[in-house]
Design a protein around this ligand. Structure first.
Ligand SMILES: O=C(O)CCC(=O)C(=O)O
Length: 273
């Protein structure tokens, strides 16, 4: 078990507040990552509306809401360390608002344009505030060439950056928002200006790493032209007092169980430094 009273969470909170993202000094062990990968294979084989394909291809782009039907993922979202980290970064009790794995298949995985997650969540679901955090666990090693997330550190402090004004209820077909040309994206020129002034960071790292992203951080990722898949598991935890009042997107995109999630230890999910 990881000691969460050793001060490292305070360091992560400071880094997250400054940059809008942080990377934990701990990661899941290789057997834990293998288990998560096996579940990903099962979910992709199972199919269903939760599975989204790349445009014009049979390659799976993303799977959603799997923590509701896959016992491995159900256990992962309750991991005591993930919950402690999400609660430390939001400062409140949390529940699972959204769960997904973006697969970025080798040579086929398509880009994600510049955006802020809160722009989607506010428009599509009426999420009141950016009082949430996304914890990401790469299921493959992420390197410069397989489409890592590119982040603009500090951009989360600028609030919503447009274009236009996002209005809660400004909904679109949810499928569109999981293809490579979603609604609610940022003007690329504005994003490049921000990169010029604030810089950018690539979230590379080994499979099993644990990274946290603020809902307002500006980010994108490129096509994956490399021979290596880049599957990224993401759990978006939301504060229990920030649940959208009347969500209409399917439950596999917007969690309806908004009570505080209770931690549950599972021996299969060991961490290492
Ligand atoms: O998987 C990626 O590369 C980008 C994911 C992303 O930005 C998102 O799902 O909001």
């Amino acid at each position: 078990m990881i000691d969460t009273d050793d001060g490292h969470l305070a360091d992560l909170i400071a880094e997250y507040e400054e940059n809008g993202w942080c990377s934990s000094p701990f990661r899941f062990t290789a057997p834990a990552v293998n288990l998560l990968r096996m579940s990903l294979d099962d979910v992709c084989r199972r199919g269903g509306p939760e599975v989204v394909h790349e445009r014009g291809s049979t390659a799976v782009r993303a799977v959603h809401g799997c923590h509701e039907f896959d016992e491995v993922y159900a256990s992962l979202v309750r991991h005591p360390y993930l919950l402690a980290l999400a609660e430390a970064l939001t400062g409140t009790p949390v529940y699972v608002y959204q769960f997904k794995v973006n697969l970025k298949q080798a040579r086929e995985g398509q880009a994600w344009p510049w955006h802020q997650d809160f722009a989607f969540w506010n428009a599509e679901d009426g999420l009141p505030r950016p009082a949430a955090v996304t914890l990401a666990v790469p299921l493959d090693d992420v390197h410069e060439s397989n489409g890592p997330l590119v982040l603009v550190p500090g951009s989360h402090r600028l609030g919503y950056l447009g274009p236009g004004k996002v209005t809660p209820g400004d909904k679109s077909d949810w499928r569109r928002n999981f293809a490579a040309d979603p609604e609610h994206t940022m003007d690329p020129g504005r994003a490049h200006e921000l990169v010029g002034s604030l810089g950018s960071t690539r979230a590379t790292g080994p499979a099993g790493a644990i990274q946290a992203f603020h809902p307002n951080i500006v980010h994108s990722s490129s096509d994956n032209a490399s021979p290596d898949r880049r599957a990224l598991l993401m759990v978006s935890y939301n504060s229990v007092d920030n649940a959208p009042p009347n969500p209409t997107r399917p439950e596999f995109l917007v969690g309806r169980k908004t009570d505080q999630l209770k931690p549950r230890w599972d021996d299969r999910f060991q961490l290492e430094a």
